[in-house]
Ligand binder design. Structure first.
Ligand code: BGC
Length: 730
């Protein structure tokens, strides 16, 4: 794979709102995915089916590649700089996760002279609309004129690949320029998306070391900065670009201008310092230290930083499966957030976790509508993939049929409640829990065995679709039903239940139904093998021979028809094993172990959401070598491009999985109703490791080594369970 495309992802700068890929300012020769995005800023695209059946969505949303705001061309006495001309004496790139910036350092020469070019980029966490570039050119031995041309270019389109179902296939232009003008020193470009008619405003201003001139151009705006320089002199330019959009602001241009004014007055130095301060706070809670292994430490730091870059914090956006780093999966939000990403934020930045839940709360109407379309009389069914809340999945067997997502959302709300006891928020969150529980009531059927069964759903494993009684789904539904009863009771005791229950006409008799169905949920178990069956027919199928499958046939989804895959025992990703991680209560050690060993043999890990889970369960069961090898694969996933498609964006769920692998894997963290539980293990390759956890407003440091301990860094005392023993941390 083209390393440059990979680097564009790895060096992107983002802040959960905007994301700009790490392309070269001066442009590329050859392929590049020159991308700039706003989380949740989409266009609507028609979904065309030759045979369209009832309820298939008519349209989907697609993350829009926005006008290019990263182009800066550099001329020396009219001669253009490029890495593909002259002589490149040095070129280094760096991501600084402590300062929150990327750097490019270039030493370059042509027949006119030698130049040092230094470029710093930042997507501000403090002012999420701001993308800042500080561009500096120093002459080593050149005397003459330096000129910069900085563009906002609206002639852009999305990246497409006809041969990969994980990226868009047809070329459509999604964004058009409405106006472009220069007002004083400010360039203003206003755009609209083609079909969704969302508005975007881009405002830009410069601190320039030379003569400056602005132009409105055919496709946007251009600013030219000129200066004469001598050897040892530099020209430094600060480019302040603000992006604002109509999903968040009524008048994005006015907002962008106000923000621009604020940021411009603060100046680059203050803004960069603000970013470093923000990150110091972030790392205070998020830091993971692995003693004895720099490579893994770097990997962890990269991953956690990318999680921060990816997470929407405004309740309007969520965490796309690729963050804001690329166009894979078209910027959609999946269950990746609730199961893989949310826990990291819950335990390190609960405010962000709350915003992620607010997104689900804000899109509850979409989930209610989706339930109706899918034939339900009541309840809320969250769509498999979405941006604004409606279903965007055009392939229902591995899409809309994944009902478990609804239970995953409920699980996240319940975890939030356990970790924070934030009843103020939960009084609103209760609506989600009740509506999702109603969905299961409407979906499960009472069988002749007096158990409740769920038919025609797909579990997490997308190589096995539309089945009865997927263990993961049934277990998730059960947790949702019983969790709704529990949270309702707690809120009622606090007098905080009526906001939600009045709003949805909730009758307390429904709670009895929830409990009855939840307690009698069927959970498939195979006596002979002593394992939980993935679903009611899974174990009757032939086992796929993975050993004899040629390497080039992976991932299987790109080489076999789905129906062919569905007829075998072969898993794309963790399914029953994931359920055992999330819901261990009531499952014996023997079943946990046998199930793990069974599914480990038939899982391809073709999805990046898989290895971390197997690693966590391997730790849990004492298969330490295996746990370590899965962890190593997880932690370097994007850095080593193990799935071969990081060019399309990061695998954000896997990044979250690397934190889970340390906290829930090696340290055995589980959050239960009665508190935090740990079960420590230390990989033999490490001297020690530590991480931090926020719980009920306190900050704890968990250190595992020759001596393991949990310390209180701030807040009130906390009770935790270490190997089942209750311990007060004060
Ligand atoms: C996985 C899904 C996941 C999606 C987005 C698919 O390959 O099978 O579980 O939600 O990718 O990351």
């Amino acid at each position: 794979m083209n390393d440059r495309l990979l680097e564009e992802t790895l060096y992107h700068v983002a802040n959960g709102y905007i994301g700009v890929r790490g392309c070269f300012e001066e442009g590329h020769k050859g392929e590049s995915i020159r991308g700039c995005y706003i989380n949740g800023f989409y266009d609507t695209v028609p979904l065309n089916y030759p045979e369209k059946l009832y309820g298939f969505p008519d349209e989907a949303q697609r993350l829009v590649n926005l006008p290019d705001v990263q182009t800066i061309r550099l001329f020396m006495d009219g001669e253009e700089f490029s890495l593909f001309s002259g002589e490149v004496l040095g070129h280094k790139r760096k991501l600084d996760t402590q300062k929150g910036v990327t750097y490019r350092d270039i030493l370059w020469k042509n027949e006119k002279g030698t130049f040092e070019i230094k470029i710093t980029r930042m997507a501000s966490f403090v002012h999420p609309e701001l993308f800042l570039i500080v561009y500096s050119v120093k002459s080593v031995d050149f005397s003459g004129e330096i000129e910069l041309a900085c563009n906002i270019n609206c002639d852009v389109s999305n990246f497409t690949d006809e041969n990969d179902p994980r990226v868009a296939s047809e070329k459509i232009k999604h964004i058009f320029m409405d106006t472009n003008k220069i007002v004083g020193d400010v360039s203003i470009v206003e755009c609209k998306t083609a079909v969704s008619k969302l508005g975007l405003s881009i405002c830009r201003q410069f601190v320039a070391g030379g003569d400056i001139a602005h132009f409105a151009t055919k496709n946007g705006c251009e600013t030219r900065i000129k200066s004469k320089i001598l050897p040892n002199q530099s020209l430094t330019t600060e480019v302040y670009t603000i992006l604002s959009d109509t999903r968040r602001r009524n008048n994005p241009t006015q907002h962008a201008l106000e923000k621009l004014n604020e940021c411009f007055n603060l100046g680059a130095e203050n803004l960069l310092q603000g970013q470093a301060d923000f990150l110091a706070d972030f790392w205070m809670c998020a830091r993971v230290d692995i003693g004895g292994c720099d490579e893994l430490n770097d990997g962890m730091e990269f991953n956690l930083y990318q999680l921060l870059q990816s997470a929407g914090r405004d309740g309007i956006s969520n965490v796309a499966s690729k963050g804001v780093s690329g166009e894979g999966y078209e910027g959609h939000y999946f269950w990746d957030t609730e199961i893989y990403i949310f826990p990291f934020f819950l335990f390190t930045q609960p405010e962000t976790a709350k915003q992620l839940l607010r997104f689900r709360l804000n899109t509850l109407d979409g989930a209610r509508n989706h339930a109706i379309v899918m034939g339900h009389k009541k309840g809320a069914l969250y769509p498999w993939r979405t941006i604004s809340g409606s279903e965007c999945s055009s392939f229902f067997p591995a899409g809309s049929a994944q009902y478990h997502l609804t239970g995953d959302v409920a699980h996240a709300f319940i975890q939030y409640y356990y970790a924070t006891d934030d009843l103020d928020f939960m009084q609103y969150g209760l609506e989600v829990l009740l509506e999702t529980a109603r969905l299961w009531l409407d979906t499960a059927n009472l069988g002749s065995d007096r158990k409740y069964h769920i038919h025609s759903v797909t579990g997490p494993d997308e190589y096995t679709c539309c089945v009865s009684d997927n263990y993961y789904t049934n277990r998730t539904a059960q947790h949702n039903l019983l969790g709704a009863v529990e949270v309702y009771a707690r809120l009622k005791k606090a007098g905080l239940h009526s906001f939600a229950s009045d709003k949805i006409n909730f009758d307390e008799s429904e709670l009895l139904e929830f409990a009855r169905v939840g307690n009698a949920m069927f959970l498939p178990y195979d006596e002979k093998l002593g394992i939980h069956a993935q679903d009611s027919s899974f174990l009757t199928k032939p086992v796929w021979n993975l050993d004899d499958t040629p390497k080039e046939k992976f991932p299987l989804l790109l080489h076999y028809h789905p129906l062919y895959l569905y007829r075998f025992q072969v898993c794309k990703q963790a399914d029953t094993v994931l359920s055992h991680f999330l819901f261990e209560d009531g499952v014996s050690e023997d079943v946990l172990r046998k199930s793990y060993l069974y599914y480990d043999k038939i899982t391809t890990h073709d999805s990046s959401l898989s290895v971390c889970v197997f690693g966590i369960m391997a730790s849990r069961l004492g298969f330490y070598e295996k746990a370590y090898s899965y962890f190593s694969e997880t932690v370097r996933g994007d850095l080593d491009n193990t799935h071969g498609n990081t060019k399309d964006g990061l695998h954000v769920a896997n990044l979250g999985g690397s934190w889970l692998a340390v906290a829930c894997g090696f340290a055995g963290l589980r959050l239960r109703k009665n508190g935090l539980h740990f079960r420590f293990s230390l990989p033999k390759q490490w001297e020690e490791y530590s991480f931090r956890v926020r719980y009920h407003g306190s900050l704890l440091k968990v250190s595992v080594g020759k001596e393991s301990k949990v310390e209180l860094l701030s807040g009130g005392s906390v009770t935790v369970f270490i190997d089942g023993v209750e311990t007060k941390i004060k």
